[in-house]
Design a protein around this ligand. Structure first.
Ligand code: FPP
Length: 254
């Protein structure tokens, strides 16, 4: 693919190495709202609108897997009404925007400890996954009640059960087996993780999967993170020298 135009945006992928698997920490909704003297819920709503934009832009750029951090295992400690508003927003988003996601060929999947979410949200998740399962262009993976440590704990427990059942020996356990027991083993590890709003930490996101991910941060708050920021992130990513603990191809030859 070379150049695609949409609403004055030019998706020029000529020579641009776009990640197959991208992850985004949607941070800064609260600060965005505060700057405008609005309630935090308005920031989350603007963040949801922007997620729709990101999906469209990633689809056009040819990203195949987009994983977004929507609600962490730690977010339950927020005030009850904020948690409630977020849950309502998730349900509304997937009902309201599914036709647009369908138009873009976006399959929706979820990762995290889904069983602990309210019934209404679990229903939306089950329906959204089922409805979109045959869409081919891109997968949107929404991390809900997600914690990287919990995901690793869960994988360890699954392997421990196999040991207990006599199916494997402890010394048979490999990195590959742990990977295969993460929530969505078929989703490739992210090559790039973007975090808007100036924070430089992973906050328990994709701890196992991010071992060799490139990290890109920007000052832009999530609801304002747009096409230009994404394009810049991809340009910077394309220029990174990913060595995976080895040498760069230039050094290896010398
Ligand atoms: C972090 O910003 C954001 C969240 C905890 C919620 C993310 C949720 C959305 C973007 C809503 C849409 C999601 C879906 C899946 C429809 P923050 O509130 O911690 O921001 P702050 O650090 O500025 O306070």
């Amino acid at each position: 693919m070379a150049i695609l135009s949409n609403k004055n945006k030019t998706y020029d992928t000529t020579g641009l190495k776009v990640p197959v698997s991208l992850a985004v920490i949607m941070d800064g909704n609260g600060r965005w709202a505060k700057k405008r003297l609005l309630p935090r819920s308005a920031g989350h709503r603007a963040g949801a609108e922007n997620l729709k934009e990101l999906c469209r832009n990633c689809g056009r750029y040819g990203v195949k897997y987009l994983t977004v951090y929507a609600f962490s295992t730690e977010n339950w400690s927020r005030p009850e009404d904020e948690v409630h508003q977020l849950m309502e927003l998730f349900v509304e988003f997937f009902e309201k925007y599914d036709p647009e996601l369908e138009q873009e060929g976006i399959r929706v999947r979820f990762t995290g400890d889904i069983s602990a979410l309210p019934e209404k949200v679990r229903k939306t998740i089950a329906e959204g996954e089922e409805r979109s399962k045959n869409r081919q262009k891109m997968q949107l993976i929404v991390a809900m009640n997600y914690g990287g440590r919990r995901e690793i704990e869960n994988a360890a427990r699954k392997l421990a059960s196999k040991v207990k059942a006599g199916e494997i020996e402890p010394e048979d356990i490999t990195e590959q087996m742990l990977s295969e027991n993460m929530y969505l083993p078929d989703v490739p590890d992210p090559e790039l993780i973007i975090r808007p709003s100036g924070e430089m930490r992973l906050s328990n996101f994709l701890l196992w999967e991010s071992a060799y991910a490139e990290f890109w941060v920007s000052e832009t708050l999530w609801p304002d993170f747009g096409y230009d920021d994404l394009t810049q992130a991809f340009k910077d990513y394309a220029g990174r020298d990913r060595r995976f603990g080895g040498l760069s191809s230039k050094e290896a030859k010398s």
